[in-house]
Design a protein. Structure first.
Length: 435
């Protein structure tokens, strides 16, 4: 079981205290170790009930504690019917706040443990099965995907080309309550401009020349499931407005019709460019961005998870060999070290292509590739490289320390200290049957 599969203990679950009174916030901060949400009902801007509703959209089982004034008790009781966990009436003693929060944290811990047990009973974690790796960067992605999978919130996945945004979207679909429904991917960059509206929303017979019969669009095909809008940043401005309307009202109107069609869908959008910058430049609608990014996930490139490269390449190679019905060639430590040391500007997609070539018996060109980013200091670059080399050695030797330190030309003590420094555990690199 990987570390991120273990539910966090109570002390590791964060508490977000929200109130418009600075003195009350400071007092609460002194009473709580700022580590579910405690919120005042009446605040300027977004009130507590709206904040609670937004939070419960992301996770319906998130415990929310409302803080009420004397005249708001009836409102708080109604809020509890709407999903609040508990409420406190002002003024309150710090001990009462701490006791309510502790109970909420215990409930949250049990909720996370139950979710984990359900995944284990099914036999596998669909997110871990698709997004492999031990790095902190990919571990955090898996944790965030699990946190939002069971909600109905729309998700925006941002990251560089080839980083695995579609893989993350499919993993989210498999882990969600909509796993039994369709996953409909729409590549916004590949759709012909004159057909986009018909492809997305469908059309009636006679809606335009050549439309001899009615046709469902992609959105209707996705009812009960998930729509993945791939490369949403390439969508033309005029279609952005129509897409926004469809997402806001969860309904579409086919071309040539005046009758709206209700949609039961969840939306995942992916983008490789900075959408906030695109908004500032006027090429992307701000209201569409705000509608899409209820939850935003950042997919890291391989440069941010170099220690995952050996295991990832091994997995991709195994898949390629199975596809081509070929025996898997050996993976010497020197090869894995060279793979880890190389820059991969095409990220996982480029690494997959290398695994495909290696499976077919072709030589790999592992030249210098792209240099380290200029913003990375020399000590940081050296540490990243050293960690990747050690991870490659451990992967190549199935977690054997003796074989690894011999291959790296260092002492056992030095290897152990560096593994401690970089958070590398022997058990993580052991063969599957040994684990």
């Amino acid at each position: 079981m990987s570390p991120d599969h273990t539910p966090a203990p109570t002390s590791d679950i964060n508490v977000l205290f929200v109130d418009d009174e600075a003195d009350l916030r400071e007092a609460a901060a002194q009473s709580l170790m700022l580590a579910d949400i405690v919120t005042d009902i009446r605040m300027p801007g977004m009130d507590g009930l709206t904040l609670m509703a937004r939070a419960l959209e992301i996770d319906p089982e998130l415990p929310v504690i409302l803080v009420t004034g004397h005249g708001d008790v009836d409102l708080a009781v109604q809020a509890m019917r709407d999903g609040a966990y508990d409420f406190l009436e002002k003024p309150y003693a710090p001990a009462r706040l701490i006791e309510r929060v502790r109970r909420a944290l215990d409930k949250r811990r049990l909720t996370l443990e139950n979710r984990l047990l359900k995944r284990e009973m099914v036999g596998q974690d669909p997110i871990a099965a698709r997004l492999t790796g031990r790095s902190q960067a990919i571990t955090q992605v898996r944790q965030r995907l699990r946190a939002v999978a069971e909600s109905q919130a729309d998700v925006l996945i941002h990251g560089p080309t080839g980083a695995g945004k579609e893989v993350a979207a499919r993993a989210l679909h498999r882990a969600s309550s909509r796993a039994g429904g369709p996953f409909v991917q729409i590549n916004c960059a590949a759709l012909p401009a004159h057909l986009i509206e018909s492809e997305l929303f469908g059309h009636e017979a006679g809606a335009f020349p050549g439309a001899q019969r009615a046709r469902y669009g992609k959105f209707e095909h996705a009812r009960g499931g998930i729509v993945c809008l791939d490369e949403i940043d390439s969508l033309a401005p005029d279609l952005q407005a129509k897409l926004l309307s469809a997402l806001e009202h969860r309904q579409i109107t086919r071309l040539g019709s005046n009758d709206p069609v209700a949609l039961d869908i969840r939306v995942i959008a992916t983008a490789k460019s900075d959408l906030e910058r695109a908004v500032a430049q006027g090429s992307f609608r701000a209201d569409l961005l705000y509608r899409l990014n209820v939850v935003t996930l950042e997919m890291p490139g391989l440069a941010a998870r170099a220690e995952d490269i050996p295991a990832l390449f091994s997995t991709l190679l195994s898949e390629a060999c199975h596809r081509y019905s070929r025996p898997q060639p050996p993976l010497p430590g020197a090869l894995l070290s060279a793979l880890s040391a190389r820059a991969w500007p095409g990220n996982v997609r480029e690494l997959r292509n290398a695994a495909e070539r290696y499976a077919m018996g072709l030589d790999l060109d592992l030249g210098p590739g792209v240099s380290e980013p200029q913003t990375l200091s020399l000590p940081d670059a050296m540490a990243r490289h050293e960690k990747a080399l050690i991870a490659a050695g451990l992967q190549a030797h199935g977690g054997s320390l003796k074989a690894t330190y011999a291959a790296l030309g260092i002492s056992r003590k030095a290897l152990y200290e560096k593994m401690q420094k970089y958070g590398l555990a022997k058990a993580e690199f052991a063969a599957e049957d040994e684990r």
